[in-house]
Design a protein around this ligand. Structure first.
Ligand code: NAG
Ligand code: NAG
Ligand code: NAG
Ligand code: NAG
Ligand code: NAG
Ligand code: NAG
Ligand code: NAG
Ligand code: NAG
Ligand code: NAG
Ligand code: NAG
Ligand code: NAG
Ligand code: NAG
Length: 772
């Protein structure tokens, strides 16, 4: 009995001491080392004293079983069109922490389910903001989207460098194949599932799932699978299966890889020993591959936690059998300075290592030397080659980074100015007057309905025909602003702007009274073959000149520039002479809409939105210039700003146009209806103006005034056409092949990815505008 106890105790002691020798301290003394089964190594800690600072504080929820660690993230207001919808996630579950600068956390799944009756979808999103030491690991995570016809999108920025990135998105869709059946294969190849790597190191980001957003003529996918899902996941941690479409656990969380680092740079940190994080004597400092920040590593031959004073401890290679001493011929000798040596048995010489000179009998000396010399020359050559290659690779990466920064776009700082009204009075209509005018808002009087409201035709007592717009419910706080805007709009007097005659404020929703423009929109005439007049090239040019002039006029308004914010062909009306009249100036837009109407988050629609809006959430005069560029392209090509008839990469007309132009294929995409009559020289000039308007960076786009003047110049050319000598065909050829601008060829690639992102949001807004 006594004997047995003693033996047990001894065994325990032996085991314990062995364990103590093997485990290096990972946390500060007297600090908990684990939360549940997850190790929490310093600089992370479960209390403030146990962590490097509060950024590395992990909260351990002990009431859960097993206890679960969480990383604190902050509530944020992301510069994004979605910022006013709440869904920020403040605690992320930590799956594991690695001292080489990464940790795994789990992120929730954004879901979007469609109501089978109404066709409306409940789009969900999450916003996440990491504290400064953390960011999503670039290239190790991917965006995965499940569900046909669903847009999944992740967008954000690096909060330390304030670099906003182009959104990453993908859309699983094959129009011929949208209804779930379990005979499809399980590859995530694009029909029901798509995935795309997230290339950016985001630290503030949003991801969104939006389903049923296309108005295209195909069987609605939600009839077979009502819910769609978007999530971020570590590469390889999710395998798609068709059954996930109908049988997905939406409360599931997916692991993502997060990078972490301390401080700024090694050099800066080493100057100040008190804040230098590599506390262990046997540690080394390495700058993070993508800055800022550095990592500490135990020197070779040591192991443990380099962030703690005695964290790195010698590895006993000899007892661990991790040495490469020749078995049977040499003996391993550990050195506490982090290394070991092999000593050859008597009668043999050499370094005793398998990959070294080994142990040989003393007599064979010469051959060994020859061998080792040639060996070291080889090693030297190899080493040089390696250094050369890594340097070259680094240079390439830096170049890429440079272009990336160049093209990432800068935040537009300019605020859209507020303009105050003058004394001129706006006609205030009574609700009775307008009820009479519209036969009590009869259905027959409806001219159109969209995301912003319903438009009625009305006849005033003085027999004037007007268009009356019933906006969506307004926010009472905005009323004053609304009135100022109405007063301002009433003062605009330009033959190419639809005149606002007055408003009625007696109803719950303000009513706006406009001049009636009888002949529909430019959009109808370009795209609806059944009721279109033939828009000749000459007429299209005229429309471009008139619209450009109207926008230039508004941008140079006396008090402050008036930004249209929604330039598109469906907002350009045609009167009985087919004179263009720009409609829908801002007024309806200042009224915030409710959550279901993502439309106004984006304000612009279809393919017209300025891609910089993603970063700035602001629309400026230069955004109008961009949208106007799309209108020009639409007039040239007769194609819709967004179309599913074009291949994926060309769905956005702006992108489609720029790439065709870049490849010298402009004539291929000119509208067949005008190609015979159009003057190639004029076409080229308009195309060039359009490509300048479509430049990525707002500041590189011309002003609306410059655009309008150039367009008017062409018109004079047109009038004197017969006096002009035609360009030789050779000259035309070179013109057609010339890239639209020198900057374009540099940033062409990123421009495309960026536009693809804006394309997605445009689609979201598109579907919501149209009819729901
Ligand atoms: C911790 O436990 C959970 C389940 O209890 C398991 O999924 C996970 O892999 C474990 N993590 C580690 C680091 O052992
Ligand atoms: C721990 O988790 C439980 C269950 O989710 C929750 O009710 C509780 O508030 C959490 N405790 C802390 C300290 O976060
Ligand atoms: C999370 O971080 C924020 C900001 O640093 C801080 O105000 C908050 O108290 C922290 N929450 C927890 C639970 O540590
Ligand atoms: C906003 O937050 C509340 C409370 O956290 C939640 O019930 C609600 O669903 C959230 N709304 C949205 C749109 O996510
Ligand atoms: C950390 O967790 C992730 C996700 O669960 C897993 O893939 C990875 O292997 C883990 N790493 C370590 C070092 O345990
Ligand atoms: C769409 O699906 C059909 C039927 O499965 C297939 O034949 C076709 O190739 C797919 N189209 C694309 C573009 O993947
Ligand atoms: C399932 O979809 C595939 C591909 O579109 C089609 O060929 C097949 O006929 C469908 N099966 C059923 C049972 O509808
Ligand atoms: C949609 O497709 C159906 C069948 O191909 C066709 O009859 C219908 O006219 C189309 N509708 C539109 C608006 O194109
Ligand atoms: C949704 O509606 C379609 C037809 O409109 C029907 O075939 C389908 O069964 C419905 N799905 C559910 C889940 O009700
Ligand atoms: C996904 O599939 C690969 C290859 O078939 C497999 O190695 C991996 O473990 C799977 N991952 C998951 C999360 O099932
Ligand atoms: C869904 O996943 C959560 C978390 O992983 C789990 O707790 C829950 O039991 C799952 N539900 C179903 C129905 O599988
Ligand atoms: C904590 O330290 C990290 C790395 O040195 C730093 O980036 C972060 O700003 C610090 N956090 C606080 C709250 O001081």
């Amino acid at each position: 009995m006594q004997m047995g106890f003693c033996l047990n105790q001894m065994l325990l002691l032996v085991l314990l001491s062995a364990a103590a020798a093997k485990t290096q301290p990972m946390s500060k003394p007297n600090c908990p080392t684990k939360c549940g089964n997850v190790s929490i190594p310093f600089p992370f800690g479960l209390t403030e004293l146990c962590s490097l600072n509060t950024s590395f504080l992990i909260t351990c929820n002990q009431t859960l079983s097993p206890p679960i660690p969480f990383l604190n993230t902050t509530q944020q207001s992301l510069s994004s069109p979605f910022h006013f919808l709440n869904a920020s996630y403040e605690k992320l579950r930590v799956l594991n922490i690695s001292l080489d600068g990464q940790l795994h956390v789990s992120l929730p799944v954004a879901t979007s389910c469609v109501n089978n009756k109404t066709g409306e979808s409940d789009n969900q999103f999450f916003t996440i903001t990491f504290d400064t030491p953390f960011h999503l690991s670039s290239k190790q995570n991917k965006l995965t989207v499940l569900g046909a016809g669903t847009v999944g999108l992740v967008s954000g920025q690096d909060s330390t460098s304030k670099t906003p990135y182009a959104p990453t998105s993908c859309v699983p869709l094959n129009i011929t194949n949208t209804i779930y059946n379990n005979t499809h294969d399980d590859s995530c190849s694009g029909n029901f599932c798509c995935e795309t790597p997230i290339q950016h190191r985001l630290s503030e980001f949003i991801y969104i799932c939006a389903s049923n957003i296309f108005e295209e003529n195909y069987t609605k996918p939600y009839q077979s699978h009502p819910c769609s899902y978007t999530f971020l996941v570590k590469e390889g941690a999710y395998n798609f299966s068709m059954t996930d479409l109908i049988n997905f656990n939406r409360t599931k969380m997916f692991p993502v890889v997060v990078d972490w680092a301390v401080g700024n740079t090694c050099r800066a940190a080493q100057k100040n020993t008190s804040s230098y994080a590599c506390k262990s004597k046997y540690s080394e400092c390495h700058n993070a591959k993508v800055g800022p920040g550095y990592h500490c590593k135990c020197s070779s031959g040591f192991r443990g936690n380099p962030y703690l004073p005695h964290g790195c401890q010698d590895v006993d290679e000899c007892t661990e059998e991790s040495h490469d001493c020749l078995k049977g011929r040499s003996i391993c000798i550990n050195s506490p300075a982090g290394s070991y040596s092999c000593s050859c048995l008597k009668g043999y010489e050499g370094d005793g290592k398998i990959n070294g000179s080994g142990c040989v009998r003393r007599s064979n000396r010469k051959i060994i030397i020859a061998f080792s010399v040639s060996g070291s020359i080889l090693a030297l050559l190899g080493g040089t080659l390696y250094v050369y290659c890594t340097l070259k690779k680094r240079k390439l990466n830096r170049l890429k980074e440079h272009f990336f920064q160049l093209n990432g776009g800068q935040l537009l700082q300019q605020q859209i100015g507020r303009y105050s009204g003058s004394n001129e009075l706006t006609k205030i209509f009574t609700v009775e007057e307008l009820k009479d005018a519209t036969n009590n808002f009869r259905e027959e009087m409806v001219l159109g309905a969209g995301g912003e409201g319903t438009v009625y035709k009305g006849i005033l007592p003085d027999n004037r025909t007007v268009a009356i717009k019933k906006s969506r419910i307004s926010n009472p706080n905005q009323i004053e602003h609304f009135i100022n805007e109405v007063i301002l709009l009433c003062q605009i007097n330009h033959r190419n702007v639809v005149k606002l005659l007055g408003c009625c404020l007696e109803t719950e929703v303000p009513l706006l009274v406009y001049e009636f423009v009888p002949n529909g929109t430019v959009y109808d005439h370009l795209h609806d073959q059944t009721k279109s007049f033939r828009l000749t090239w000459k007429r299209r040019l005229q429309i471009a000149v008139e619209t450009g002039g109207a926008l230039a006029y508004l941008h140079s308004a006396t008090h402050a520039p008036i930004v249209h914010r929604d330039v598109k062909t469906s907002n350009i009306l045609l009167d009985h002479n087919l004179t263009a009249k720009v409609s829908d100036f801002g007024a309806s837009r200042i009224i915030p809409l409710d959550r279901s109407e993502l439309t106004t988050l984006v304000m612009g629609t279809l393919g017209y939105l300025d891609p910089q809006y993603f970063h700035s959430s602001q629309l400026t005069e230069k955004s109008d210039v961009y949208s106007f560029g799309v209108v020009l392209v639409e007039l040239i090509t007769g194609e819709k700003a967004l179309s599913f008839d074009r291949a994926e990469a060309h769905r956005n007309l702006g992108v489609h146009f720029l790439s065709s132009m870049n490849e010298g294929r402009l004539l291929d995409i000119v509208d067949g209806r005008i190609i015979d009559e159009a003057n190639v020289e004029q076409l080229m000039v308009v195309a060039n103006i359009a490509s300048h308007c479509l430049r990525m960076k707002g500041e590189e786009r011309p002003t609306m005034r410059e655009v309008a003047m150039e367009l008017e110049g062409i018109n004079t050319v047109e009038k004197h056409q017969w006096e002009k000598v035609n360009l030789s065909s050779e000259e035309t050829e070179t013109l057609l092949k010339a890239p639209p601008s020198s900057s374009f060829s540099v940033d062409g690639v990123n421009r495309r990815t960026m536009l693809a992102g804006s394309d997605i949001l445009n689609r979201i807004s598109f579907s919501l505008t149209s009819g729901r």
